[in-house]
Design a protein around this ligand. Structure first.
Ligand SMILES: Cc1ncc(COP(=O)(O)O)c(C=O)c1O
Length: 433
């Protein structure tokens, strides 16, 4: 039994020894050459005559996903906004969004002047629960916007039948799920349109900001191209600058496209290596009582963008202690061991001031979105540091950090008891209890 680092023992993850192995994104000489090639060529925007990096990335990503079309845009948020805009979603429309996701999912809806309507997540997969989604449909619902949260595809067939009954579109928020599969098909090929992020923290990064839209539909492809570029039609020859519809500038730059193309050549190998390393880590963590590792249904593969670990106090001999208190205690113990756990999303989206429907109290939110609240309060996440394939050598040290904490659950319990017991409401001055 090792002495805990917070009591003066040696940390499970020695400080400073892991930075090269856990750096993300990995930038190779090939990536640097790809960027230099664009800088030297002088075609620095997607609209420069003869620019070929952006169309090449679009072809390569469409092929990777298995769809007919891809439109490269300036961010993942822009990808979702343009995808919804291509469907004609606008004022008066409602779009169903999971209560647990990054705020960008709901912002994309708001940017279309439509209303995000929230539904709870499935307690096991953390993705939009089709049954909960069906309960919030109204005559104004125009689309479902499920999120493949952390890299696990949502239950798309069930969501498609929920949507099908009302003739609704399903748009995938695949920002976190590059390359993950559902029933043999890749994310981005599962809905009418899919939106990906190329943020440097993502599994397929760019150097800066970027996003990708995928679709099999020719008309939606045309609409997305126009929305990306001032409502103009893709020029057959010289650009006319005629705005055929309202639009904006959501273009991706060639430097970013070239960097991502170079990264894409390594995505399959990185994903495979990561899957092996994460599976080995989770095998060890699953042996710890009260620690729920992510569940991957047999019909899906996980991109492991984020690893969420749910704590069950009752199984840790901590019945009666609030999950948020247990989480906070473990957070302190694990960080001292050098394990970089964090809380991903601190409150359900319907509680954020930007999205909270008028008249919806924090108590209502706790009642209506119990799984989202439970998962937010009672889980810890590993982010980014496990993405580099070289992190395979570091993840066993993380596992050791967890095992040490579990060897000292009595102390963790004492620390947890001393916590205030606040839940997600403490982030809102008018919600603190
Ligand atoms: C689930 C989800 N959707 C959308 C986005 C938005 O992507 P971006 O940051 O590229 O705009 C993110 C980014 O963090 C995300 O995690």
């Amino acid at each position: 039994m090792g002495k805990l680092a917070m009591l003066g023992g040696t940390p499970a993850v020695p400080s400073g020894t892991t930075s090269a192995a856990t750096l993300w994104p990995v930038v190779t000489p090939g990536d640097e050459q790809a960027v230099s090639r664009v800088l030297r060529g002088g075609r620095l925007t997607a609209t420069a005559a003869g620019e070929s990096e952006v169309p090449a990335l679009e072809r390569e990503w469409a092929e990777h996903v298995g769809v007919a079309h891809c439109v490269a845009v300036s961010s993942g948020t822009a990808a979702l906004r343009v995808a919804l805009g291509a469907l004609g979603i606008g004022p008066g429309d409602e779009v169903v969004v999971p209560a647990l996701t990054m705020n960008a999912t709901a912002h994309a809806v708001v940017q279309c002047n439509a209303t995000p309507v929230f539904a709870d997540i499935d307690p096991d997969t953390y993705t939009l629960d089709p049954k909960r989604a069906s309960e919030v449909l109204t005559e104004r619902t125009a689309a479902l916007l499920p999120v493949h949260l952390h890299g696990l595809p949502a239950d798309m067939d069930e969501l498609a039948s929920t949507a099908g009954a009302g003739g609704l579109a399903v748009v995938e928020d695949a920002a976190q799920a590059h390359g993950a599969t559902y029933r043999g098909r890749r994310t981005g090929a599962l809905g009418l349109l899919g939106g990906f992020s190329l943020h440097p923290s993502k599994n397929l990064p760019t150097c800066g900001e970027g996003g990708l839209i995928t679709t099999d539909s020719g008309p939606l492809h045309e609409a997305a191209l126009a929305l990306r570029n001032f409502g103009e039609r893709a020029p057959a020859g010289t650009r006319t600058y005629i705005a055929h519809r309202a639009g904006g500038n959501a273009r991706l730059g060639p430097v970013q496209a070239a960097f991502t193309r170079s990264q894409l050549t390594r995505l399959p190998a990185y994903s495979k290596d990561r899957d092996l390393a994460v599976t080995a880590l989770l095998g060890r963590l699953a042996a710890l009582p009260g620690l729920r590792v992510p569940q991957v249904p047999e019909d899906r593969s996980h991109a492991w963008h984020i690893i969420r670990l749910l704590l069950v106090p009752e199984e840790m001999d901590m019945a009666g202690i609030a999950p948020a208190s247990v989480r906070r205690a473990l957070h302190r113990v694990l960080r001292a061991e050098g394990v970089p756990v964090s809380q991903y999303q601190v409150a359900p989206l319907p509680a954020h001031p930007a999205f909270r429907p008028a008249g919806l109290s924090y108590e209502d939110i706790a009642d209506r979105f119990p799984s989202s609240c439970r998962v937010i309060d009672g889980s810890l996440c590993l982010q980014r540091r496990h993405l580099n394939p070289a992190a395979a050598d570091v993840l066993p040290l993380y596992a050791r950090g967890f095992e040490k904490a579990w060897e000292h659950l009595g102390l963790v319990r004492d620390i947890a008891r001393a916590q205030t017991g606040d839940d997600w409401r403490r982030h809102f001055p008018d919600g603190a209890r």
